[in-house]
Ligand binder design. Sequence first.
Ligand SMILES: [Zn+2]
Ligand SMILES: [Zn+2]
Length: 85
Amino acid sequence: MNNKLTAFQRRHLAAVKSLECGVCGAAGPSDAHHIEQGLQFTCIPLCKDCHQGSFNGIHGQKRIWNVMKKTEMTVLNDTIEKLLR
Ligand SMILES: [Zn+2]
Ligand SMILES: [Zn+2]
């Protein structure tokens, strides 16, 4: 999959992964979670727990997302702001 990416897309992914977790603020490097599979500019930085944790993760019960009042869209919005700052 990675070899289909353009250099520009790979640079963007690397920049997103270098950010802190967009939900809990845990220091990077983070996972890049794609809001829409295959759309590289919808990826957001998440720590392992906020990403794949069965209790807290976006792929699990999303508990911390609810506590922190975050959604994929608010985190994407914050991510773009951080990258353009
Ligand atoms: Zn996190
Ligand atoms: Zn994911």
